[in-house]
Design a protein around this ligand. Structure first.
Ligand code: FAD
Length: 322
């Protein structure tokens, strides 16, 4: 019996947030006296898979079917079900991201398992199997007890610090017989974003809102981000207006970031925006309105015009680095 964890990879590398999921699975395995079997779907080198041992996986179950290089929610679900059955697993973990959100509810329904989506803690086993998660767009926390025999959890990325340990996972091939329906959705084209720091992995994020007035001013955001080595993000209206691509939109209906530093420029701080960023370690808000709600969530605030402040801040960062 082992804890199963879905591992994501891109361009031959395991995603950082998946190391975190494996480490989380290892923590639960330790608490429950079991081991960790990481499930890798698609094409990945043995050395990458073995490296999962450095985050606590004893074993990798590799479903080496190249069709799984892209997300196919049904096929992923079938593969995880096969892995769970093989291992006799009672706990299945994925990330609270696009892949995990597509797969976990399906697994939960198939296995009649309780699901905690967006876990922020290890389970408290003294009181059942109680996990903390954010509710009402991060305004409150719920402590959810999963009482079913089988349990499915999606972990909120960037919740825990990574701690590498010594270890090398062993690799086992897992053959899964997929049905036609598993690949019912055809991926026609994949547009990869080149040269940007992936938001989910960014430790520093500079984010712009409608206060930036228009796409023509985004050079100011990008210059600061470049000097800091930060990723760039935006509020939803900015993405809706096509000032920025949709993958940069953070919040309740967008991505979640939990960087060390989140700099919000010209963003009012609506609850739906905060839902995606309020796990950031330090929040700096630049807004010309001293009453902007975002200041309540900020560690540091600058009241003023972004068009004046951003160039000065970028210059200051440049000088600081010299
Ligand atoms: P605004 O609210 O227009 O705020 C602009 C800010 O810029 C103001 O505070 C203003 O004082 C400041 N400003 C103006 N000019 C300057 C200047 N020159 N210098 C400095 N500051 C300046 N929003 C999200 O972001 N993410 C989501 O996921 C999301 N999901 C939603 C889901 C639902 C169901 C709903 C109903 C809404 C959702 N929203 C989401 C929208 C959200 O409610 C807000 O409308 C949105 O976040 C506001 O974006 P904003 O702060 O960029 O714009």
């Amino acid at each position: 019996m082992s804890v199963i964890v879905l591992v994501e990879h891109t361009e031959g590398n395991i995603k950082k947030k998946s190391f975190e999921a494996v480490q989380y699975a290892a923590g639960i395995a330790q608490k429950t006296g079991t081991t960790v079997s990481a499930v890798v779907l698609g094409t990945l080198s043995n050395s990458e898979m073995e490296s999962l041992g450095q985050y606590g996986a004893q074993k990798v179950l590799h479903v080496a079917d190249a069709r799984l290089d892209e997300l196919h929610a049904r096929a992923y679900t079938s593969a995880l079900l096969a892995a769970a059955q093989k291992e006799g697993s009672k706990i299945i973990i994925a990330l609270h991201d696009i892949n995990g959100r597509a797969v976990a509810p399906r697994l939960s329904a198939k296995l009649k398992a309780g699901l905690v989506a967006g876990a922020l803690s290890y389970p408290d086993l003294d009181n059942g199997f109680v996990i903390k998660k954010a509710v009402f767009s991060g305004k409150a926390f719920a402590f959810v007890n999963i009482t079913s025999d089988v349990k499915v959890i999606t972990l909120m990325p960037n919740t825990f610090q990574l701690n590498k340990v010594e270890g090398k996972a062993t690799i086992e091939k897992l053959d899964v017989s997929f049905g036609d329906k598993d690949f019912g959705i055809k991926v026609k084209e994949v547009n990869k974003i080149k040269g940007e720091i992936p938001l989910a992995d960014a430790q520093l994020v500079v984010s712009g809102g409608r206060g930036m007035k228009g796409p023509e001013n985004w050079g100011l955001i990008e210059s600061l981000a470049k000097e800091l080595g930060a990723g760039t993000a935006c509020s939803r209206p900015v993405a809706d207006a096509h000032w920025r691509p949709h993958h940069e939109h953070v919040g309740q209906t967008g991505g979640t970031v939990r960087p060390n530093l989140y700099i919000a420029v010209g963003i009012s701080g609506a609850i739906q925006h905060l839902a995606g960023v309020n796990g950031s370690k330090t929040i700096v808000v630049i807004n010309k309105d001293p009453e902007a709600p975002f200041f309540k969530a900020a560690n540091y605030g600058v009241v003023g015009d972004a068009m004046e402040i951003l160039p000065r801040l970028t210059e200051a960062v440049k000088n600081f680095k010299q």
